[in-house]
Design a protein around this ligand. Structure first.
Ligand code: ATP
Length: 433
């Protein structure tokens, strides 16, 4: 493929980008009284359910003593994620992912879902083949431990980084599975909100599974670093960045940003710093490379409409028009949800414990060579974290030295790649929407 195929400019140009259909109207400014009113109105309609041990496993007595900590898998904005093995009772020997948070709440909009069906159990609302299964939860030492299905295929975007970009057919498979997961959450009144590459994982067979489920999380980090926008912002909808009150359509914007990323190699609006990235998301011109098919261009344009009311998926029928868009014309949605469609590639893993597809900075921490008591070396907070666990792998002890615990989440290569495009000229064959 020609070298310059992927070179294109996403230059922010104040003079050209004010497409009147697409510019955000003034009342969307986050300091405006209208925006505040919208936020308050939205808050009033919300129902919040805090995830607790009694909600997730009301009948089983589960605690840290039931798990062995094997590896660190990753670190998000809110806490670390470990690979664990269940030691006793049901699921004995099975591998899970364990996420440590201070607190997690699921926020639902009651007006959006069918109460008779969904209100029975919040867990039903988040159960779906394309959403990580929450199997157990327990609380101890002021922390919440969520035991989730272990997704050994790693982050989808690790595979994308390896490939550079995906063929449209490949992207179509992943995007359609993500669409199904979002549609399910929306039907249950839940907005995912934080759709971004790091949250899209693959299971052992290569099917998409979203981690989280619109959780509102509280960080385990103790220095108050919990900002709304502490992580990746490149995939966030304009109305999220403007804090102007937002609905389900925010997830469809993120889907559009992911689609753009999968097909071109970087998110649609990137700049050298967060402020300029936000500026571009709010006002920058969307430039689509000419090698995309018309169907792909059309869907991206319709998902990246700045006004949520004009965005595909922004109406009451939510995912319906997205699923019937020509880009997805070959998708058999029924087969897809039942995992009856062969994934584009199968992750190469040896067994269910395999962590080779995870970031080695986490999984290959220098092992501490003797199983001695390291507690005197660890800070009180780290000590508390491991209290009660039957076994903590030496590599985990090495991985959570107090200094490291406070480091910001490691930047993925892809997020680093979300730097400004160096070229200052438009490549040939570029289309403008
Ligand atoms: N169920 C899982 N199975 C395997 N690995 C997982 C699982 N959940 C999360 N991880 C790994 O841990 C990393 C951090 O998780 P995650 O992004 O969900 O954390 P977080 O604290 O919720 O942060 P954020 O909200 O910033 O994404 C993921 O990028 C992934 O590599």
């Amino acid at each position: 493929m020609a070298e310059n195929v992927f070179e294109f400019e996403l230059e922010y140009d104040n003079n050209q980008d004010q497409d009147s259909n697409d510019a955000l109207p003034e009342p969307y400014h986050h300091d405006s009284p209208q925006a505040v009113d919208a936020d308050l109105a939205a808050e009033e309609e919300k129902e919040t359910v805090e995830l607790t041990q009694s909600i997730v496993n009301p009948h089983a007595r589960i605690g840290p003593e039931d798990f062995e900590l094997l590896k660190v898998l990753g670190k998000g904005g809110y806490g670390k994620v470990f690979q664990v093995r269940k030691l006793h009772g049901q699921d004995e020997g099975k591998i899970f992912a364990m996420k440590v948070l201070r607190k997690a709440t699921i926020v639902r909009s009651p007006k959006d879902y069918d109460h008779t069906k969904a209100e029975r159990n919040i867990l039903e609302a988040i159960k779906h083949p394309m959403i990580a299964d929450l199997v157990y939860a327990f609380q101890t030492g002021g922390k919440l431990y969520l035991i989730l299905e272990y997704l050994s295929g790693g982050e989808l975007f690790v595979h994308l980084e390896r490939e550079g970009i995906f063929l449209e057919e490949t992207a179509c498979f992943y995007l359609s599975q993500i669409t199904l997961a979002l549609e399910h959450l929306h039907k249950n009144g839940i907005i995912y909100r934080d759709l971004k590459p790091e949250n899209i994982m693959l299971n052992a067979a290569g099917h998409v599974v979203l981690t989280d489920f619109g959780l509102c999380k509280e960080s385990v980090y103790e220095d108050g670093r919990t900002f709304t926008f502490c992580g990746t912002i490149e995939y966030m909808a304009p109305e999220v960045l403007m804090r102007s009150g937002h609905g389900k359509a925010v997830d469809w914007w993120s889907l559009g940003a992911l689609m753009f990323d999968m097909l071109t190699g970087s998110p649609p609006f990137v700049a050298e710093n967060r402020k300029r990235t936000i500026d571009k998301i709010l006002k920058g011109k969307l430039i689509l490379p000419g090698y995309l098919t018309n169907e792909a261009k059309d869907l991206i344009k319709k998902l990246l409409k700045r006004l949520a009311s004009q965005r595909l998926g922004g109406a009451a029928d939510d995912a319906k028009p997205i699923k019937s868009h020509p880009f997805f014309r070959h998708v058999n949605w029924r087969d897809l949800v039942q995992h009856r469609v062969e994934p584009p590639f199968k992750p190469s893993i040896l067994n269910e414990e395999d962590t080779s597809l995870f970031d080695k900075r986490f999984t290959k921490m220098t092992p501490v060579d003797s199983p001695v008591d390291h507690s005197h070396l660890l800070s009180e907070s780290v000590n508390n974290l491991f209290q009660g666990f039957t076994y903590v792998a030496p590599s985990i002890l090495a991985a959570v030295e107090p200094d490291d615990w406070n480091l910001p989440a490691a930047l993925s290569k892809r997020r680093l790649a979300a730097a400004p495009a160096p070229s200052s000229h438009l490549m040939s064959g570029m289309d403008e929407p």
